[in-house]
Design a protein around this ligand. Structure first.
Ligand code: ASP
Length: 435
């Protein structure tokens, strides 16, 4: 009987579990053993984890660029670009608004933070970095120097410049064809690089999990359990409820198949805490596993990684109610409506990188007059929640991509329904020529 091969997702899951276990054991029993801290946690795990994140980030800019040029050139109809963009933008805003509304509703019902002992826990300080005003966010959409945009990985500027460039490749007609073909080949190469990097994912994910959990003991959740549990509950409700209902109603596809195909992406998002670093994996999954056309996915996925953060909005909603309860402040309906509006706007101008949620939260608190120091209370558990909400953020990105693709008829349902589609293939190294 042929031996059944373990799927890459299962492999990554096993290594992730092992990392979590080893990290937690180190935290419980070896947090003051110098050897373990120096050579394992800050040595091996740190180095391997950091290299893995760099490997992923290294792919983002070239992959998005080539893929987007291919996408625009393959559109055929430039009007479609505006339509797809508008649909995606509206859905991103809608899902974020639904997410934070659900968060505020559940948190108001459960009431985390009521009766919280403030004096004991406000030991840490939180000083919020300055957030850019909305006008600047709009101005910054246009790069004054595209090379700087690429060098800094500024996703919205890269998208702006690349689309403009690709549209002009189409406009010059015949002369532009070699460029479009070249981009297609380069895109193929970059997708293969993603494939290769996916092969080291089990070890990378293991190292990231082991390091995080050896530094973050689970016991720090205990004093914050009500806050933590409500955020976790709403994240799950939004991911398996709201998003899947939208997918079923607007996208008319089977949510269970979708979620199954999103597993690897969610694991990557969870272990890296970065929607941006996960772009290569999200792009690969939406195109090759879910079946969305490159012309739609190449645009919506990086766009969503930057402007769509459902999970982060959920954290902000619950955090607002929690801190308002702790400080005994009544925000009232208008306060909460402001929070919803602010959270949606804040998500547009901030990139999907680790910890950015706290900066956005500071913007929201400023607006509604909640004490910024309150953020210090929830900082301790934010690392873990960041991992969880990033998994929800990328699920939102892919959900919107799928819905828009379905409405534009740019998804292959054969690929979607094929469980084997886009499985990570073995890397075949060409043999060196003799002679
Ligand atoms: N880490 C999140 C992301 O990259 C953003 C945040 O919530 O801090 O999507």
């Amino acid at each position: 009987m042929p031996e059944k091969k373990m799927s890459m997702t299962t492999k990554i899951l096993i290594w992730m579990g092992a990392g979590l276990l080893i990290g937690s054991l180190i935290n419980a029993f070896a947090s003051d053993v110098d050897f373990v801290q120096d050579y394992l946690v800050n040595g091996l795990f740190h180095v391997v984890g950091a290299i893995f994140i760099s490997l992923l980030k290294m792919l983002v800019v070239p992959l998005v660029t080539f893929s987007l040029i291919c996408g625009v050139c393959g559109l055929g109809d430039i009007n479609k670009l505006g339509r797809v963009g508008l649909k995606a933008f509206s859905l991103f805003m809608l899902t974020t608004a639904l997410a934070i509304t659900l968060a505020i509703t559940v948190a108001t019902i459960v009431g985390p933070g009521e009766g919280f002992e403030l004096a004991e826990s406000t030991k840490t300080e939180f000083s919020a970095p300055e957030a850019p005003p909305l006008t600047q966010v709009i101005i910054d959409l246009v790069p004054s120097n595209p090379i700087a945009a690429y060098a800094n990985g500024n996703m919205l500027q890269i998208i702006f410049f690349t689309i403009l460039f690709a549209v002009c490749v189409l406009m010059i007609g015949e002369a532009g064809r070699p460029i479009a073909e070249g981009a297609e080949r380069l895109n193929k190469v970059m997708m293969e690089v993603v494939n290769v990097v996916m092969h080291v994912a089990p070890i990378g994910v293991f190292a990231l999990m082991a390091k995080t959990f050896s530094l973050q003991g689970l016991e720090m959740i205990l004093p914050m359990i009500s806050y933590f549990a409500v955020v976790a509950l709403v994240l799950i409700l939004h991911m398996t409820g709201t998003l899947m209902i939208l997918l079923k109603l607007l996208g008319r596809v089977n949510p269970l198949i979708f979620l199954k195909k999103m597993r690897t992406v969610q694991i990557f998002a969870f272990s890296t805490s970065s929607s941006n670093a996960t772009i290569p994996v999200t792009l690969r999954a939406t195109e090759q596993r879910i079946g969305v056309d490159n012309s739609t996915a190449s645009f919506i996925v990086p766009f969503g990684a930057t402007i769509n953060m459902d999970g982060t909005a959920i954290m902000q909603g619950v955090a607002t109610v929690f801190i308002a309860n702790v400080y005994g402040i009544d925000l009232g309906l208008s306060g909460y409506l402001t929070v919803i509006g602010m959270a949606v706007l804040a998500s547009i101008g901030t990139a999907g990188v680790p910890g950015v949620g706290l900066i956005m939260l500071a913007m929201v608190f400023n607006q509604v007059g909640l004490p910024i120091e309150g953020i210090a209370l929830i900082m301790g558990v934010d690392r873990l929640l960041d991992m969880m909400r990033t998994a929800v953020n990328v699920t939102g990105d892919a959900t919107v991509t799928t819905i828009v693709a379905r409405s534009e008829n740019s998804i292959s349902m054969d690929t979607f329904n094929n469980p084997q589609a886009g499985h990570i293939e073995d890397v075949h190294l060409p043999h060196a020529k003799k002679g």
